[in-house]
Design a protein around this ligand. Structure first.
Ligand code: 5GP
Ligand code: ZN
Length: 115
């Protein structure tokens, strides 16, 4: 936990968030400024600033994040139609919150094709 981190505060319940999924390792809540009809942020309960700060011991946690994403996509009813998972890292990707998070975006055809 980091006392001045927005997402740590949402995880702890100090700041309100619309939580859609929670387990012992991750918390997921709706993005305050959604880019599509479904936009959920999936974050580890452990404070990690970015992909650059991952250590080898985090490997199972990051796997867990993707399994949570799959479950939430099904829960949100967007698994069949499809969705995008995004992780921004540092300035060139436009990362604004420095607690690693997986964006789960879907619910409509996504206009910007990447990759
Ligand atoms: P990033 O740009 O770092 O990849 O994504 C940060 C995301 O956090 C943005 O999509 C932004 O809309 C979202 N966000 C910023 N502040 C809050 C907040 O207070 N609550 C919630 N639920 N989302 C937030
Ligand atoms: Zn944090």
């Amino acid at each position: 936990m980091s006392s001045d981190c927005l997402f740590c505060k949402i995880i702890k319940g100090d700041i309100p968030g619309t939580i859609v999924y929670r387990d012992e390792q991750v918390t997921a809540f709706r993005d305050i400024n959604p880019a599509a009809p479904t936009h959920v942020l999936i974050v580890p309960n452990k404070h990690i600033e970015s992909v650059n700060m991952l250590i080898v011991d985090d490997e199972p946690l990051i796997g867990h994040l993707f399994i949570a994403a799959k479950k939430i996509a099904a829960q949100e009813g967007i698994a069949e139609d499809g969705y995008r998972l995004v992780v921004n890292t540092n300035a060139h990707a436009g990362q604004t919150v420095f607690h690693i998070h997986l964006h789960l975006i879907g619910g409509a055809p996504l206009k910007l094709q990447m990759g």
